[in-house]
Design a protein around this ligand. Structure first.
Ligand code: C2E
Ligand code: MG
Ligand code: MG
Ligand code: MG
Length: 279
């Protein structure tokens, strides 16, 4: 049951934190092993056009199937990877893998890749992205990079410079989780984002009929329109939530209601089915 899973999850979490306290060495080795085996993989979740329902993109989400511990959620292991200084190596793998997969999609949907703040800075990221695009043959316009406001915390101007270089190449730049944490409208003017992803908490509040939530959402969407940025609503779980976001004029929708994150093989099958249906 979900309750048991929750308890297991908690026990696992406590265990995990204890191990971190004892030293990240073991885990670090596990991550290195994972990189050399097929324990790391990407799951892809569809992003649909709010009006037509057509799949216009897929978000690549990192999965770690630990040989002893089973699936470890990214929110838990990514901070460890960052502390261990392995985020560049893993981030590079994610970018190359996602671009290679997306290049095989016959529907030509975009692929959205999450980039953590620790991956930015210096020329490293731009170089990796150029390399991933070149070796996969994916058109730059089909790649989107999702970053959160945490990239602005360091006040490192070279960060924004490398994002700008990628943007001018045609790569999409997405501000993820907008409305969660300390999101400030000021951030929207500090980089040229092509799209804003609205955090699930707003979607939830607006669909629950909360006037304040809806008013704030209205404001965010108006601002995005004014700045020429597209919008995606995250975490859509019900038709009611989808309907509210459509009414408010959100461009794209993503969430369990439209499809869960699924392994690459499942995406390929889903596509073959879609093609057969069209024929
Ligand atoms: P995110 O980028 O905001 O990704 C969306 C998260 O919401 C995913 O969790 C996804 O599975 C989940 N989600 C999607 N639809 C729904 C829904 O309808 N309801 C609910 N409750 N949740 C939904 P996931 O896969 O556990 O990833 C968590 C976070 O880990 C991501 O948040 C992202 O910040 C980070 N992450 C994942 N993959 C990578 C990666 O390759 N690199 C980096 N740097 N971060 C990653
Ligand atoms: Mg994301
Ligand atoms: Mg998000
Ligand atoms: Mg997130």
């Amino acid at each position: 049951s979900a309750k048991e899973e929750g308890r297991g999850g908690y026990a696992f979490y406590a265990n995990f934190m204890l191990e971190r306290a004892e030293g990240d060495r073991l885990l670090e080795n596990d991550v290195r092993d994972a990189l050399n085996s097929d324990a790391l993989s990407l799951a892809y979740q569809p992003i649909v056009d709010a009006r037509s329902g057509a799949i216009v993109g897929r978000e690549a989400l990192l999965r770690w199937n630990h040989p002893q511990r089973g699936a470890i959620p990214p929110d838990l292991f990514i901070p460890v990877i960052e502390d261990a200084g392995l985020i560049h190596q893993i981030g590079d793998w994610v970018l190359r893998e996602a671009c290679t997969e997306a290049a095989t999609w016959s529907d030509e949907a975009r692929v959205a890749v999450n980039i953590s703040a620790a991956q930015l800075g210096g020329a490293g990221l731009a170089k990796t992205v150029f390399g991933a695009l070149a070796s996969s043959g994916l058109a730059p316009g089909r790649l989107e990079l999702e970053v959160t406001e945490s990239i602005f915390m360091g006040d490192d101007l070279s960060t924004l410079g490398s994002l700008e270089a990628l943007r001018s190449l045609g790569v999409g730049l997405v501000l993820d989780d907008f409305g969660k944490g300390y999101s400030s409208f000021g951030y929207l003017s500090r980089a040229r984002f092509s799209k804003i992803k609205i955090d699930q908490s707003f979607v939830r509040a607006a669909a629950a009929g909360e006037r304040e939530g809806r008013a704030i959402l209205d404001g965010i969407l108006a601002l995005a329109r004014g700045l020429g940025m597209a919008t995606t609503a995250e975490g859509i779980e019900t038709e009611a939530e989808a309907e509210v976001m459509r009414e408010l004029g959100c461009h794209q929708l993503q969430g369990y209601y439209f499809g869960r994150p699924r392994p690459a093989e499942a995406v390929a099958k889903e596509e073959r089915r879609a093609v057969r249906r069209r024929a």
